[in-house]
Each structure stands twice: as C-alpha cells, then as structure tokens.
Write a protein that binds this ligand. Sequence first.
Ligand code: GDP
Ligand code: CA
Length: 327
Amino acid sequence: MRITVLSGGVGGARFTRGLLALLRDRLPDGAGGTTADVTVVANTGDDLWLHGVRVCPDLDTLMYTLGGAVHEDQGWGRRDESTRVAADLAAYGLGWEWFTLGDLDLATHLARTELLRRGLPLSAVTARLAERWQPGVTLLPMSDEEVETHVVTDAGTIHFEEWWVRHRAAVPARGFVQAGVERARPAPGVLDALATADVVVVPPSNPVVSVGTVLGVPGVRDALRATAAPVVAVSPVVGGAPVRGMADACLAAIGVATDAVAVARHYGRRADGGVLDAWLVDDADAAAVPALAAEGWAVASAPTLMTDVPATAAIAARALALVDRLP
Ligand code: GDP
Ligand code: CA
C-alpha cells in the first residue's frame, strides 16, 4: 500500500500523524510501524532566508510533528523551546523581529544551511535531517529549487511569512506570486510518488498557499491528473471558516468563498479537469453532500476536527473509505 500526501504545515502534519496511527493499526509491520509506504510532498513556498539560515516552516512542522518533538499547543516549532538567541539578535536590530526562531529550532536551520552549503539539494538535506526524527514517512520537499510565495498588497509585494506572521493576513492580498516557480522542477521522487501511489491524499491544508503552491510546481498538477490512484481530500473549511489560521484571507484573495463546496469546486474533479476525485466535508457541512454528489463527487461528511490522534485517525479512515465509492 503506497500513499502519497500533498501537505502544508500544521494541518497536513496533524492529518498525516493520524493517518500513520490508522495504518499502524490496520497494516502493522510487527515492530510498531506499518507496512504501508507513505510519502509526504511538502510545500516549500513558505521557505525563507533569515539571519543567514534557510528556514523551511512546513517541512519542519512535518518533521517535528511526525517525529514527536512538536510544540503541541502551538502546532509548529519544538516543545520545550526557548528564544534566547532571537532576543539577542533583536538587540542588533537585524532580521525580522516578529519572526521568532527558537533556540532548538535554530539548530535545525543551522544544520540545514550547513548541508545546503556543502552542495546537497534540499531533498537530500531533508532526508538527512529526517534520519534524526524518524517521521515514519518519506518526506520530500516539492522542489529542490527555491520557490517563494510572495503576496501582492497595495503597499507592495512582500514575502508570504511577512504577510502571515507580521500582518496576520489582515493587509488585503491582491494575489500570490510563486517567485522562482518557472525554473522549479519537482524534487526527485515527487512525480514517482504520485505515479506509483495506490491512493493520493490531500489533507486539510491551506488550498491556496500550501496545496496550491505544490500544485504550481511545473509537472505536479499533470502528474496528479494522470495517476491511476484515486485522489481523496479532506476539507480544510468547516462551517464556513478555516479551523485555525487565516486561510479565509487566502481564499478571498483568489476569489474563492470560504465554504466546503466552493473549495471543492476550486480544486475540481479530475473527471472535469480538476485534481480530486473525492471530498470529505465536516458534519457541519453535511448539507453540501447532496449537491456535490449530484456533480459526481465521491463525497461524505464526518467529524473532521483533528482534536487528538485517535480522532484524526478516524478522519483518515473516513477519507480513505471514500475510495470505495469511486466508480
Ligand atoms: P500551515 O502550513 O501550518 O498553515 O498548515 P496547512 O496548510 O497544512 O493547514 C492549515 C489549514 O488546516 C488551515 O487553513 C485550516 O483550514 C485547516 N485545519 C486546521 N486544523 C483543522 C482541523 O482540525 N480540521 C480541519 N478540517 N481542518 C483543519
Ligand atoms: Ca505553511
């Protein structure tokens, strides 16, 4: 069983952790793991150079969450973290004071930057960092090339993290630009993971700046459209709101309403030129099921709040069960 997940940070990481719990239960390998083979393709559009180090927020969230080191309440960063270095950097008035680099987290960025400077591509660096954390999946960046999401505002174009963290997405976004995407190629293993999957899962990640960014890498959308595997997704919008974060501001910027039906139609069914086959909505959006079913979607509702690992494993089970409803 090969499963490929297209992921952002917190939403994708939490979902994948639940998926792994489900697989360990259903397809145990006898050693506490699973015989299933899970590959996660991570958004790297949020990546940035800061204080001379390369920061990869979504890859790190995945690595820490799946490796059991994440700051659970926060959803990202390391648990038992401190910020002494960041406080001292601020005393120099350099960098972005509103983007906190934790002391332990900084070790990850230093290690990554060192390996990049030795000439390793990001995919190899990611594999090397993951040796320590043993995330239980093959973790791939969407691309080895630097692709950064920039946000077009009336006051100019800024890095996505500046818009998201500093401005809390409150400055109206007129659009998003994937700087560098035209020369980006999918990282080694990405297209293969899509072509050889038994099922592809799009977790409840931000459809615009997480999954949308991965789909923007030349070749990824075509690979998703071409794979023989069913493509199932979980709605990141529950009852007309993103559960956490400001994904509604991203959707508004591209003219998509923040509701489970509009996001499904934005992705589109593969049979109609889109990228998905099946869509799991929250029970709060159960009213959306008949309309989407009439359009040909394999669709159902379920509780989709990722409150803990067992609840998230149950969401993954409901999403995978949609495969049986496909023609
Ligand atoms: P980020 O890169 O850290 O922003 O994380 P992702 O892009 O992977 O996921 C963020 C999205 O996950 C948010 O925009 C929410 O819409 C969605 N999300 C977060 N928690 C939940 C949850 O418990 N249930 C569902 N259905 N969606 C969630
Ligand atoms: Ca992110």
